[in-house]
Design a binder for this molecule. Structure first.
Ligand code: CTP
Length: 426
């Protein structure tokens, strides 16, 4: 069957585009060159559509040895192109120039998988198939991202690495490769990133790099204060807001370190994570990391008190019905300490505090900003947000108050990053 002239009956996409998705309104050309990783491209196509993107698939002949255009057409909801001689209308234009028309309205081209041979072709301006021809003919305003996929020896080969370096020098975004089991049975670097990782990288690519060059330190989650080796006290913070801030800062181009209390959340891609348990451990980690940070966002719900004398062994019932008496001691105020440090006082470190309140949010937030000595304090209602995926924030600084209405934590985190960048002069 000649795929290039197959009837253009377009099935509905399996997933209706979400107008509020991460890629809503984006037009992405998804290119597939030959490789086993083509099976992941099907999942990626689905993920892109689900995220709200309009996806136009272009395949090489080699890619069609691994997966059929029928699958990609069904998943993208658009006819697939593979030949420069395809006479069908492309992007609504019937001039038989698919290599031009397909990219003129595109926001990005993502080639996934990008084989070693396809990258070589890009380096040399090859144009003997539709995908390479289209990449060569793309306007310089249309970004090109490639997701390499190959055997570990091919990836490590100096020829491939030279091509990667040249592509980067030419302004092509060469994404990372994954590490692990390969289809050939070997283990190492070179497998294509997973669909969710590629989606993340594309979403990140579109975010303005307003924190480029910044070293952002974020604390998140609760702390856990031991009573004995099997018991302790903690709080209801889920860590979701802090993790979203770490992700948003990374998307904005910052180098991000996240110090997390005990939570079971996945580490945002590209973010360095340090796990801690108690407030004292958190303080040790943050005090050290703050020495090289330029922004510190203290989103952690640090326990105010800890048991004064945690037992080394499990406290046992003695059968009399007597209950143990717990004495508490106050934890150090980590944020106030860092905000009062020399680097912060000299403007080298910009500190952002949070206030988790149950009532009178504005009054408490304003007072807390002054008490902690931070230029910006973010107020939120703890009981209404702990564990939720959305939140509403009140930003308090010396000039007044900015309200960020209820939205997803990631959306609020991105807005907060904009506010921080503006105050840092980004
Ligand atoms: N914080 C901190 N160290 C502590 C307590 C809080 O660094 N021991 C930080 C939090 O990460 C947050 C800010 O201080 O950025 C405010 O935390 P919050 O729990 O709202 O306030 P508290 O300082 O505990 O004050 P209060 O208990 O009176 O509300």
């Amino acid at each position: 069957m000649n795929h290039t002239t197959s009837p253009t009956v377009v099935p509905s996409p399996t997933q209706a585009p979400s107008p509020s998705g991460e890629l809503a309104g984006r037009r992405v050309v998804l290119g597939l060159s030959g490789g086993i990783a083509c099976y992941k491209a099907a999942e990626l196509c689905r993920a892109l559509v689900k995220a709200g993107a309009t996806v136009q698939v272009v395949m090489t002949d080699a890619a069609m040895q691994f997966i059929t255009p029928v699958t990609l057409q069904a998943l993208s909801g658009q006819p697939v192109f593979s030949s420069q001689w395809d006479p069908r209308e492309a992007a609504g234009v019937g001039n038989n120039m698919a290599h031009i028309n397909l990219t003129r309205e595109a926001d990005a081209i993502l080639v996934a998988p990008a084989s070693a041979d396809f990258m070589k072709k890009l380096v040399h301006g090859g144009a003997d198939d539709l995908l390479s021809l289209m990449c060569l003919a793309r306007p310089q305003t249309v970004p090109l991202l490639v997701a390499p996929a190959m055997n570990r020896e091919m990836w490590a080969n100096p020829a491939t690495q030279r091509n990667v370096a040249q592509l980067r020098a030419d302004g092509v975004q060469v994404l990372d490769v994954g590490q692990g089991d390969q289809a050939c049975g070997e283990v190492g670097d070179g497998r294509m990133l997973e669909a969710d990782e590629l989606l993340y990288d594309l979403v990140r690519f579109f975010q303005p790099k307003i924190l480029a060059g910044q070293q952002v330190l974020v604390s998140a989650g609760p702390t856990y204060e031991a009573i004995d080796p099997v018991r302790g006290i903690t709080n209801l913070s889920s860590g979701k807001m802090g993790f979203a801030i770490a992700r948003a800062a990374h998307e904005a181009g910052a180098d991000v370190t996240l110090v997390a209390g005990p939570v079971a959340l996945p580490t945002p891609r590209g973010v360095r994570r340090v796990d801690v348990k108690s407030a004292q451990e958190m303080q040790l980690a943050l005090d050290t990391l703050a020495l090289s940070a330029t922004v510190f966002v203290s989103a952690a719900a640090v326990a105010d008190w800890r048991p004064a004398a945690p037992a080394n062994q499990k406290i046992k019932k003695d059968g009399s019905g007597a209950v143990p008496t717990l004495a508490f001691t106050e934890n150090p105020d980590i944020l106030a300490g860092i905000a009062g440090s020399e680097r912060a006082r000299h403007g080298l470190l910009y500190c952002v505090g949070f206030a988790a309140e149950s009532h009178d949010l504005l009054t408490h937030a304003q007072a807390k900003r002054v008490r902690k000595g931070v230029p910006l304090l973010v107020g939120n209602l703890g009981p209404a947000t702990f564990g939720q995926d959305d939140n509403a924030l009140l930003l308090v600084d010396e000039h007044g108050v900015v309200e960020l209405p209820r939205a997803s934590k990631l959306s609020l985190a991105r807005q907060l990053v904009v506010e921080i960048a503006r105050r840092r002069g980004g």
